[in-house]
Design a protein around this ligand. Sequence first.
Ligand SMILES: [Zn+2]
Length: 490
Amino acid sequence: MIGTNIHLMIGLESHIQLATKSKLFCSCSTNSSAEPNENTCEICLGYPGTKPTLNKEVVRKALMLAKIMNCKINYNSKFNRKIYFYPDLPKSFQITQYEEPIAVKGEFSIDVSASRLPNGANLSGAALDHSATAATEKKTIHITRAHIEEDPGKIEYVGGHIGTAKYVLVDYNRCGVPLCEVVTDPDFRSIDEAVTYVKKLFHLLSYLDIIDPNQEGVMRTDANISINGGKRVELKNISGSDALEKALKSELSRQSFLFAQGKVIEQETRMYSEETGTTILLRKKEQEEDYGYIREPDLLPITIDDAFVQDAWKQMKKLPEEVESEIISKYKLSKQIAYQLAFKRGLYAYYQSCLKYLKNSDLLAKWLVGDFLKCANWHNYEIEKCPSSEKLIEFMQMIETGKISEREGKELIKKMFDDPKKGLGDLAEKKGVDLDSVISEVLKENQKSVDQIKAGDPKAINFLIGQVLRKAGFKGDPNEIRKKLEKLLT
Ligand SMILES: [Zn+2]
């Protein structure tokens, strides 16, 4: 158990892959589904004599990111070489912004009492439960800096982790992929606060298409954690908010244990192992100064003006709260429904594309924020992985025309998510119950109840509904059965 006298300090450094088609300094694709080492060229592999050229789109996306972090923009920023050897770095240096980053001194607000998000809530923000945000308190996280840098390659440890692998494979596709690293002050006082920050940041960046949430490892975080004013330990390369939570919890208990025994906590770099559920030592006492930094001689400083900044900001998509107001004024939906429709990335655009072919905007919204969203969250799907809008239009038409009941609709939506390859016709057919014929059978078998109803005793109808449900294997909607019976018997 961790005692209550522990004073916790956490600072985060998030490496965020900006959504651009090509890499930071060459025209290689950033598509992560390519074969290993397919997206490489002389520039990103650092062949002698090649020179980098800055991708302007990266600067635009970094400026968008800086805006949501409320940072001060540096109109002149520079690149450096961070020199070190590692197998994932063919040039033996990484181009990054060290002395003069593109943005500094930002502020990012998080809801503190909403930190207690449900367990298993994923980075996509899918499981953010906003019905539980009552009595929230805002906390400002100070942003030290945001700088542009290139990603190194990716090392795959075969048969274990860094300490136990049989051998390693290197994929240079990620070499030169554009990152923006956002560094916070050590402002987090609990693990929940740190997890909330990462979740909110990921949601906003995906929402505004500054990152592509479908890319693997699109946001990787290093966490600096210390207790009671002691030395800080850096946890490296944590992908996802679930892993961040586990890594911080494990490291906090390790440090608390040492502290309780009166032992010294040393400054170290560690990694979290999913396998063991603990943090593992990588190296001791590493300082930024241990790296050799020099000015990047092959690149000019980035010089931008106010027009360029404003232009980048103009291209930004609307924030969730702006989308919410638009929904309320345009479609007159309730605040609660508008909030949910606006919150999930891409859901509002999906709603609009379905609505072109449907009559009832309220009904569509109700289904989307209801069972559709529930299934999407359960599967942890971004909107691209959800059933296509064509399929949902077909589904809604079945609902609108009464071809299927509400209850059948709920089951059908689930099947659409579980079995995405099947057509709606096949999925709907499987329900296999013809209610009308079941009802006529039940009426024939229960003449006494039929007579009672006709004689003016309404209670007997409940008995008949029960019989129909039983015969139909409990696959019908009781309200629908009642309506059908009433029609036949009165
Ligand atoms: Zn390249």
